[in-house]
Design a binder for this molecule. Structure first.
Ligand code: ZN
Length: 192
């Protein structure tokens, strides 16, 4: 017995002992810090509301179908505006009577640009778009509206002031057909 006990006895220098203790303490501290960090992480996670991955997947899927539906609706609208609607009065399926008159409600913008919106399909035309000018040429049943043009003695002259000569020609020929006089700078007049 005494021999066995002796075998287990070891002699350590103070330095060695210090090194061992220091290493052990360091390890313990590191381990406890690691634990603290993971506890902190766990606490943070616990505060977050749990969201089922299925819910996330469903949301994504709903979003995808919503985008697809919007795209389809846009395509349908464009098809209806370009290929179906004749842009004439009473062309809505709900209309009891129809007329060959243009269904575009014409509005003059402050910039001078003349736009038209089909009261049936909401297609919007502009006097600045060459392809749209043919629509302006068709007489319509809607009274032209405008804003900011009332201060000019000649509203049409004021509107076309900023346009190029070509555009002025086109708009005048196709839109009014009546005002062919010179294009002098419009004279503003008081509203009173
Ligand atoms: Zn239309």
């Amino acid at each position: 017995m005494a021999e066995q006990e002796q075998k287990h006895t070891m002699t350590l220098g103070l330095d060695e002992l210090q090194a061992i203790v220091a290493a052990a303490v360091k390890e313990a501290v590191a381990a406890s810090q690691g634990n603290n960090a993971s506890i902190a992480e766990a606490l943070k996670d616990a505060r977050k509301p749990y969201v089922d991955p299925k819910t996330i997947a469903n949301d994504k899927s709903a979003r995808r179908s919503m985008i697809a539906a919007k795209k389809q609706e846009k395509e349908r609208t464009e098809f209806y505006q370009e290929k179906v609607c004749p842009h004439t009065m009473g062309s809505s399926p709900n209309s009891a009577r129809s007329l060959p008159d243009s269904s575009f409600a014409i509005h003059v913008l402050d910039t001078g640009e003349v736009i038209g919106v089909c009261t049936n399909c909401q297609k919007t035309i502009s006097s600045l778009n060459q392809n749209d000018l043919r629509w302006f040429a068709i007489k319509g049943g809607n009274i032209r509206s405008s804003a900011g043009t009332r201060f000019f003695s000649d509203p049409l002259k004021a509107q076309r002031a900023r346009l190029s000569l070509d555009q002025k020609e086109l708009i005048l020929d196709e839109l009014t057909g009546e005002l062919k006089e010179d294009d002098a700078t419009p004279e503003p007049v008081s509203a009173e």
